[in-house]
Design a protein. Sequence first.
Length: 121
Amino acid sequence: MQMPQIPQPTYYIFKCEQSSPPGMPKPSCVNAETGGLFNHIGMTLMQKGLMGPVQLIRTSCLGRCQQGPVMLVVGQNDRFMYANLTVEKINRIIDEHIKGGMPVTEYLIPEQFWGEPQVIN
Ligand code: FES
C-alpha cells in the first residue's frame, strides 16, 4: 500500500505548560500572569498563516524553571530555548525567527543554563 507523503513542519515550538500548585518553592512556567501565553502563540500563528509550517506543542517541564516561561523552537538543524517569555517577546520571536529565520538572540536562555548536550553512554 502506498502512503501519501505528509509535509514536515519547518519548526516545532515546544511551550512548557507546567503549573505548580500554590505554595511550591520552585517556580513554574504557568501561573496567573503567564497562563495565556500558549493560546497567544497559537492565535498569532493562526493569524499569520503559520499553522502547518509550524507545529505548536504543549509540554511539561523542560528543566529550566528558574528562567520560565520558556519555549523550545526546533528547526530543521537547530534548536533554541527562549526564556522569560512575554507576549511582546513572543510576537517578536514569531516575526523575526519563525517568519524571518533570524533567532532573537537577546531572548535566548543564558549560556550557563543551556550547555552542551549530555553524552549517552
Ligand atoms: S516548569 Fe517550565 S521549565 Fe520547568
